[in-house]
Design a protein around this ligand. Sequence first.
Ligand code: HAM
Length: 530
Amino acid sequence: MSDATAKKEERRKFQAIRGTRDLLPPETASWNRVEQIAHEVFATFGYGDIRLPILEATDLFARAVGGETDIVSKEMYTFEDSEVAELVDLRAAAVTYTASLADETGLINFSNLVGNFTLAAETAFQIGRIPKTPENQNLLQSLRDLLGTIQNYRYQGDRELFPRAAQIRDAIRRVTFGDVISLRPEATASVCRAYIEHNMQQLPQPVKLYYMGPMFRRERPQKGRYRQFYQIGAEILGGTDAPGIDAEVIEMLMTFFDKCGLQGATLYINSIGHNADNCRRGYVANLKAALEKVKDKLGPDSQRRIDTNPLRVLDSKLESEQAIIATLPHIADHLCDDCKAHYAAVKRQLELRGVLYQENWRLVRGLDYYMRTTFEITAPGLGSQNAVCGGGRYDGLVELLGGPPTKGIGFAIGEDRLILSLQESGKAQAQQGRDVYIAWMGERAYAAAIRAAKDLRNAGFSVELPPVEQKFGKALGQADKLSAKYALILGDNEVSEGLWTIKTLSTGEQAKFPEPDLLEFLRQQKKVSS
Ligand code: HAM
């Protein structure tokens, strides 16, 4: 490295990775407040806190959320969790070898590279440093066989040589060195995995769980859309699919938003039925036929979705497609009798609970596991990313992941968006200033100040105790900057007299108290102001 490059490296400024950000005070006070409200409200509905890993097997999401969804096919942070760096190098050397194989030296070099890789991989397989899966075993066996065949092609131009070399490269690429894992893009799949793993079906049903924490999706960052974002979610698993459950989950959610002070939130609901010919499958066939007729008027994304996932066309935000989408058939007209009755009962149950809703027949959601009830909540001040919560019913997901047949429903709130909306409406929590700033001067006063700080903090007051002596004027200026409510003034006089001075900074009023009365005075003041 040249000196200049080294200097440049030294000066490099590190910044948070695109789509991620630091959450700083005072904003974090709002985050803590909404999380506290979630803990309290969800507990009143009987939900328990579940803490889940951030890393999970990639297959879990592929199976649960769906391999064809945007989340799984494009947006996951995925890597091979391997401890075999040397194999990674040997693999790279073999698959990127570019010299001509028609040349004898080229062929020998290539065979050696493949041989080195195969031998090292076989050893790693035997001692369990790479996964002992049947796939790996088969790949290593075929590499051995292919290696034997190409070593025999010691003359130019064999027609078999190039296809065999291609097969070798392909096999080398497919040997797995570790588990393929992903940063979680959502947590419903993890909750279902945990339900199965810990045999929660043996607990009294239903099991009610909630979680909060970061999720990761490699989306194009914009206002309200991040690559690391935070969700607060809840899931209810097992028991029945009684419509009262759907309605109560939504009621809990609206109670939470209400306690947070979120204004102008709108709840949209829909039912997407279940996967049967006389229900959603029939509707999708119908929708597909209708879409084929208007295909020319749709954009390229929607055109592609006619084949891959016609329901997702209903999600389109493209202005030019809106009038066309409005003419498409509605799912409500194609629900089977049971799903229709379930949907009607969910709406009645919401009304019983005084929860206002709007129906939105286009609400199909972007994850594959949903059936019947789906819902979304939008909030003002968020621009195009205005969904602050999404959720729905997912009976059958636990079974799909290898567990017993289990009912399920839940939601996840986008915490970043919730905070953004609260900030826009002026409802976000400002960081509280200090209660007391202790302005002390002199050794004896410092000792008294340390004692006072300890007592006040124990009583729950936030206290700033400057570590170095300051003139009173400067100390009061500092107290002001920290938005302290009171300054406790401790000089040698106060300590000798045993009478402490407390100054109310908003009014400038001053009063003197014997040390033991100070705490009581502050307690009384707190009561008055709260
Ligand atoms: P989702 O609709 O993918 O559902 O996400 C739920 C919420 O997370 C969204 O409404 C939004 O507020 C927030 N969100 C999603 N992506 C981002 C992002 N890139 N940046 C900021 N916020 C984002 C789920 O995740 C399901 N697991 C919900 C669920 C739980 N369904 C049943 N149970």
